[in-house]
Design a protein around this ligand. Structure first.
Ligand code: ZN
Length: 347
């Protein structure tokens, strides 16, 4: 495999930004900035296919994410499970279309993973559903898997299955059934956005591979969107991996209240969150990148060194200059996600 400097990013909302925000994924972020009409709400774009290629971000967990119609959420959003399903299928089809036109390769198997890594310039997408409402009934997870889904995050805000961010609560009856069906599948469970109560129930019911695709440490940013030390320890005990998010309010507590100054946050803050997880683990095997770039925020809210997704490689320098040995840097940049994919994807 040709893996020198390859980066794996565990979370990007590519389909939503294309279908709902009408951004062209095939353009470099700089060109999208000139065209985007949604910058005031969602920030200036940082992700385009050419930027991923430039940064050697070769594997991305691309989300199927559809917003519920909560107060303040703009249309299109969903009010019923069937509406959520229809929007999610559009996003699935979007990724399939990108792949059929040769722009990306869907990573469905370990063979796909190897072939992406063997071909410089090729970008692989692992499909991740964020928020479980499009799964109409728990046994439908098997059909979603057949359609290419490899990772399922049951929560965003609360869903029909589980409590979520700013919406605490236990797994519902359907949520417990979902965990049992997931356990019969080869899907990876993504617990980012899951409420604490649902999280601990889910870990008991689901025996398979668990990740947090995009979550930081509550030790530094004390909100329910980030992971408590207890949650991090539980993930480590399951050999899970946590993707560090490059969103300034998730990196520096009070960043917005202090005036949202980009230069106040650096990759050093990302290293701080990464080091905390490594300290709890006693090794560097449980943390990776889950940038969430363009996930409802733009370049205005990323660490000062990060202008586009092509800058993710700078995190390797930040880790090295903070004393991480080369082998551990490689683990964070790709190796830890590789371990999860290699053990979960079918041959
Ligand atoms: Zn998210």
């Amino acid at each position: 495999m040709q893996t020198a400097n390859v980066i794996i990013d565990g979370h990007e909302d590519i389909a939503f930004n294309s279908l709902i925000l009408h951004r062209d994924f095939l353009l470099p972020a700089y060109e999208s900035r000139l065209k985007s009409s949604d910058v005031r709400k969602n920030g200036s774009p940082t992700v385009g296919l050419p930027d991923l290629v430039k940064g050697n971000v070769r594997i991305v967990f691309g989300t199927i994410w559809v917003p519920p119609c909560l107060p303040g959420v703009e249309e299109p959003c969903y009010r019923t499970p069937n509406e959520a399903y229809a929007m999610a299928v559009q996003q699935l089809d979007y990724y399939k279309d990108l792949a059929s036109r040769g722009h990306v390769k869907l990573v469905l198997t370990r063979g796909d993973l190897e072939s992406v890594l063997d071909k410089a310039g090729q970008i692989g997408i692992v499909l991740l559903m964020e928020g479980g409402d499009p799964v109409l009934s728990p046994e439908d997870v098997h059909e979603w898997y057949a359609q290419g889904l490899r990772i399922l995050a049951p929560s965003w805000h609360g869903t029909r299955y589980a409590g979520g961010t700013h919406n605490p609560g236990p797994l519902t009856d359907a949520g417990r059934e979902l965990m049992r069906e997931l356990g019969k599948s080869h899907l990876i469970l993504d617990i980012s956005h899951m409420s604490d109560e649902s999280f601990f129930q889910a870990l008991k019911l689901f025996p398979g591979t668990v990740i947090a695709s995009h979550s930081n440490c509550r030790a530094f940013v004390p909100t329910d969107r980030q992971l408590s030390d207890e949650m991090i320890r539980a993930l480590i005990s399951r050999d899970g991996v946590i993707g560090a998010v490059l969103n300034n309010p998730f990196l520096l507590n009070g960043w917005r209240e202090a005036g949202s100054v980009k230069s106040q946050v650096t990759l050093g803050h990302v290293v701080q969150h990464i080091r905390h997880i490594c300290d709890l683990a006693g090794d560097t095997r449980h943390v990776a990148i889950g940038s969430d770039l363009d996930g409802g925020f733009g370049v205005e809210s990323t660490p000062s060194e990060v202008d586009t997704v092509a800058d993710l490689g700078k995190l390797a320098f930040a880790l090295s200059s903070n004393g991480f040995p080369d082998e551990d840097v490689i683990g964070v940049m790709r190796g830890n996600w590789m371990r999860i994919l290699e053990k979960s994807l079918p041959a």
